[in-house]
Design a binder for this molecule. Sequence first.
Ligand SMILES: [Ca+2]
Ligand SMILES: [Ca+2]
Length: 128
Amino acid sequence: MVLLAILALAAHAVTPAWGAGKPSYEKRDRAIFDLLDDNHDGVISMPEFKNNQMLIFYLLDRNKDLVLTKNETALPADVFDEIAGPEGKINTIEFLNVVDKAFKNADTNHDSTIDRKEFNALMRRVRE
Ligand SMILES: [Ca+2]
Ligand SMILES: [Ca+2]
């Protein structure tokens, strides 16, 4: 669920660039990967992952109060509630916790980076 949330946010940030026409999953996955892989060395490191997720956080945080409300995220309600907790808002710490977990989950060979194979496997898991 948490993985899905992160990728939904990433997809949300990438999607407006497409314009008309629906890209294939493969194309979209590649675009998200390239977006996250800042130095284009073919793997996503933890700092790259975190920096870009923070960028997404600030993009989503329309009123810049440093918390995300339900209408800012476009997440399914149950996913939002799971991340936000009882106060009903996602702060940066909660957000980075989720990012941290998502990264560790995706890094199946535990080498502290996410390569294309791990990324594709993650996207497949999310879709199923
Ligand atoms: Ca990289
Ligand atoms: Ca890895």
